[in-house]
Design a protein around this ligand. Structure first.
Ligand SMILES: C[S@@+](CC[C@H](N)C(=O)[O-])C[C@H]1O[C@@H](n2cnc3c(N)ncnc32)[C@H](O)[C@@H]1O
Length: 260
């Protein structure tokens, strides 16, 4: 028979373990956020827009990457979670939580690097676009769009940003794109390469092949479903998708030649 003492100890150990693992999970950053952190030069003054749980700011402060972080969110609920995590991590004096829309939460010149992660590409674009003058004082954007990354990249290069570096991360079977952009002129002019990620292409990122085949397969299915329609609108959309898919296949071929 297992003694009561042992059982009590086990329960207490389990409790301790749970509390500890909850605390550690604040520091155990998902791959996606770790990749973002990798683009942040040490000593940067950072604003994390749409911080939610504040995992990234906690990591940046904990590992001395950023001395201080301004972490903002549009909604009160996520900020409450952020507040709890920041307090538990003991960084209430280093992570300044603010509620508001995009760059509204900072004064001009307060941050030199902005992170906007875990939102759709069009939301990210809107946030940067709405920043107005404040965007002019940002020296680096680190963006992680959940969708529509191609249009986001195109908008960036059309609006005075250069794609400085990029990464692709596979987390639990899903690919995430991370874009680091700086003020300047993008040297790549090919729109297809801009949309898929010019730096991902330059460095022949090992996951780019997978990203492209994923989009090509998805597009090919939609194209064949659209074949049945005789509406002019659908036929135009189908042709555009076909053009895009053929360009992606061309890029894939270039990558395959390099892989051989
Ligand atoms: C899915 S979470 C991403 C959290 C974190 N950045 C990450 O990548 O894990 C998106 C957060 O962005 C916030 N958000 C959405 N639009 C926003 C805006 N315009 N300004 C500030 N925060 C926003 C949401 O409230 C939500 O907490």
């Amino acid at each position: 028979m297992v003694s009561k003492r042992f059982l009590t100890g086990h329960v207490e150990n389990t409790k301790t373990y749970t509390v500890l693992s909850q605390r550690l999970s604040v520091l155990k950053l998902p791959e996606r956020l770790r990749s973002i952190a990798g683009f942040i030069p040490a000593g940067s003054t950072v604003v994390d827009i749409g911080t939610d749980h504040a995992l990234l700011p906690i990591y940046l402060v904990k590992y001395g990457i950023a001395p201080k972080v301004i972490a903002g969110d549009l909604n009160a609920g996520p900020l409450e979670a952020a507040q709890k995590n920041v307090t538990e991590a003991g960084f209430a004096d280093k992570i300044n939580l603010r509620q508001g829309d995009g760059f509204d939460i900072i004064r001009p010149g307060e941050a030199e690097l902005a992170v906007i992660a875990g939102m759709g590409g069009s939301t990210i674009r809107q946030i940067v676009q709405n920043a107005g003058e404040k965007a002019g004082q940002i020296k680096q954007l680190v963006l992680q769009p959940m969708a529509d990354s191609g249009h986001l990249r195109e908008w960036l290069v059309d609006n005075g940003w250069r794609i400085a570096d990029e990464d692709l991360v596979n987390e639990d079977g899903r690919l995430y794109e991370v874009i680091s952009a700086v003020p300047g002129t993008e040297e790549t002019t090919d729109r297809t390469l801009i949309s898929i990620g010019p730096r991902l292409f330059d460095k022949k990122h090992p996951l780019l092949y997978e990203l492209l085949t994923g989009e090509i397969d998805k597009n090919r299915k939609i194209i064949s479903e659209m074949e049945r329609s005789s509406s002019v609108d659908t036929m135009t959309k189908r042709q555009n998708l076909l053009d895009r898919t053929e360009r992606l296949e061309w890029v894939l071929k270039c990558l395959s030649n390099v892989r051989r």
